[in-house]
Design a protein around this ligand. Structure first.
Ligand SMILES: C[S@@+](CC[C@H](N)C(=O)[O-])C[C@H]1O[C@@H](n2cnc3c(N)ncnc32)[C@H](O)[C@@H]1O
Length: 301
């Protein structure tokens, strides 16, 4: 199994879980594959590599992420060359270089500046100020970010997989999904509800989950097949309330690896994520589904 390209090193990427989600993706003809919470679109890259669908739609509410995807898919050469230029610039500059690129990005919104910032920032965690829309995350002092050669390979590979058959949409997930129908498939990985910002977190969380459930009810009414990555648990402690049974979904538990947070404080704990699927996609299981040695190869993409 060749390595799959993954040009945007994004916190929360589903790259390593793709082999565990894969068995629940329909193998008969899918017209359009939707990933409306795209981020680094790891599952779409996996799906395009496996020729799962005729066409692909990736969407994100963050316009800069959607712009970056357009740059990668439609202008791979320019994007790689510009990344190389920005990355190499740091070698002959002082510590202020990251902040200079960040200021420049916040003023001009060049998506390739953003790619460099994502690669170099703490935990690859994209943070935008809710009001100003400015990129606020700071530099990780311990590493330089993905090297230009590797990035050029990843950009070229992603563009080859997606160009000519992919639409990139900026906006809310429900808007992205409005054209979806029965012959399509949706993979969803919404942001963890518990980390939603707001003064009264409980209220905002409740509201967010309500919206998610409403949207899922609508997809069920429209009889669209989907898989949804959702809440998880670490060391047996659940975070995020389960989705209501009235949605009629099958819940599976996927072993997502060791909790890095727990490891930091000296505890050895597993993280388990839920995958909710429409019932036509697979049988319920009560055990935690783990990676087998046979799929380790694919994990490295
Ligand atoms: C957990 S990340 C997805 C990561 C992705 N699965 C990957 O492999 O990189 C969630 C993404 O959803 C986006 N998002 C948050 N709220 C959204 C909304 N209401 N509609 C569409 N996208 C949203 C965020 O900007 C973020 O990129």
């Amino acid at each position: 199994m060749a390595k799959l390209p993954h040009p945007i090193p994004y916190q929360g990427s589903k790259r390593s879980l793709a082999p565990l989600i894969a068995p629940y993706v329909p193998r008969e003809k899918v017209d359009t594959w939707y990933e409306p919470f795209a981020g680094s679109a790891a599952m779409t890259l996996w799906a395009a590599h496996h020729k799962i669908a005729e066409r692909y739609v990736i969407g994100d509410v963050l316009e800069p992420i959607a712009d970056l995807w357009r740059a990668i898919i439609e202008r791979p050469r320019d994007t790689s060359a510009r990344y190389s230029q920005i990355w190499n610039g740091q070698l002959s500059s002082d510590e202020s270089y990251f902040n200079t690129v960040r200021d420049r990005y916040n003023e001009h919104r060049d998506p390739v500046d953003l790619l460099y910032l994502i690669c170099r920032c703490v935990k690859n965690a994209v943070r935008f100020n809710a009001k100003s829309g400015k990129f606020t995350q700071s530099r990780d002092k311990r590493r330089l970010g993905m090297k230009p050669d590797r990035m050029a390979d990843a950009i070229t590979g992603a563009s080859m997989l997606l160009n000519g058959k992919t639409e990139v949409v900026t906006g809310d997930w429900m808007k992205t999904l409005s054209p979806a129908g029965k012959a399509d498939f949706i993979y969803m990985d919404p942001p963890y509800l518990g980390t939603t910002v707001g003064k009264d977190k409980r209220y905002v969380e409740g509201l967010q989950q309500d919206l998610l459930i409403k949207g899922l009810e609508d997809l069920r009414r429209r009889q669209i097949r989907f898989a949804l990555s959702y809440d998880g648990m670490t060391g047996g402690k659940e975070y995020g309330p389960p989705l209501p049974d009235t949605l009629g979904l099958t819940r599976l538990l996927l072993h997502a690896g060791k909790s890095s947070q727990a490891t930091l404080v000296g505890r050895d704990e597993d993280t388990v994520e839920s995958l909710y699927i429409t019932p036509d996609l697979g049988e319920a299981r009560s055990d935690v589904i783990r990676k087998h040695v046979a799929v380790q190869e694919e994990l490295t993409f």
